[in-house]
Design a protein around this ligand. Structure first.
Ligand SMILES: [Zn+2]
Ligand SMILES: [Zn+2]
Length: 141
């Protein structure tokens, strides 16, 4: 894992109705290739950054909520559909935010791949990042 880094960054959905701000040490960041991330985004993978829940605030609008499994909730713009946040009941202190919705996505570098077992077979990964076939050693993405 890279050195903990203070993230002071804003982001939001495609249409601009839902905006957020992060002021938190980023816990980690990585790609998730699970089927639920694929389906919920319509994309082959989602890059997430995990931050401390207290450091995440919605600054504009209210997200729509979708309970995507018994223990997890996804938050997205109810107007344009952009997925913004993932929360797990077992980890109330942490929240995952989609890196692509940051105003400056270059602020965060993904460090690993999880759920590689359901990675799209045509998606070729040329990076050298650690890759796990399940939720990985940290289990918070
Ligand atoms: Zn929107
Ligand atoms: Zn996932």
């Amino acid at each position: 894992m890279q050195e903990p880094k203070l993230l002071d960054a804003s982001g939001g959905c495609l249409c601009g109705e839902v905006r957020y701000h992060i002021y938190s040490t980023s816990v980690d960041a990585g790609f998730c290739h699970c089927r639920m991330c694929q389906k919920s985004s319509g994309a082959p993978t989602i890059a997430w950054v995990t931050v401390v829940t207290e450091g995440f605030t919605y600054t504009r609008g209210e997200p729509a909520l979708f309970q995507s499994s018994a223990q997890a909730q996804r938050e997205f713009c109810g107007r344009c559909g952009t997925q913004l946040v993932f929360r797990q009941q077992r980890d109330p202190g942490l929240v995952d935010v989609t890196i692509a919705t940051l105003d400056n996505p270059s602020l965060v570098q993904p460090e690993y791949h999880i759920w590689n077992s359901s990675r799209m077979e045509w998606l070729h990964l040329a990076d050298q990042l650690p890759t796990y076939n399940d939720e990985g050693p940290d289990a918070n993405a």
